[in-house]
Design a protein. Sequence first.
Length: 233
Amino acid sequence: MEILSIIPARGGSKGIPRKNLKPILDKPLVAYTIEASLKSKFITKTIVSSEDDEILEVSKNYGAQIIKRPDELAQDVTKTAPVMLQVLNELEKTGYKADYVVLLQPTCPLRDENYIDNAFKYYFEKLHEGYDSCFSAFSIGYTHAKWRILHDNKLESLYDFRIRPRRQETQQHYSMICENGAFYALPWDTLKEVKDFIGYNPTAYITPRVIDIDTIEDFKKVEEIINAKKTSA
């Protein structure tokens, strides 16, 4: 079975300049995901996609294969799916095709090969139940009285709070989950068809929250966690 991992690592990050090359202890951010991908028991090919020559060179030095991304796919508004499709198209030109594709975002450096392999084991079990794709997520609770906070801090109810049914009087109990950005897997052909990294009928691999680096404070948290692990080892 052939499984391709795609690690999209743009050079033009705005929030944290050169984020994918910013070091965490002794390694650049992107290296943690490359190493996890290469150590996975399931992944057979690891590709880093970037428009940035320095990121591509660093990625190659850490063992990844690289595909140069055109500048039009490296803009602030560029979505991830077209980047993945460009990788597939480039590989198809060489005659290569995988059975499954997994998206590993480089902003999740604490996601190691064990996390990846356990997610794949869960995914392959769920394939027999009719699910076609899998993403990792964390749970944010199970109840019927849910609200969400919008971007402008306004609140939007996810139940009829005017009627305010008692818990025992409603069947609308549900658990809210949130993608954590660490793992997205689906068949190659499904990705090509839906042009997205989540298929028609996804399942969620639920784990404790994984840090998805977005701020300098996130970098500091990750460094503290890695140092703590080294100390306790």
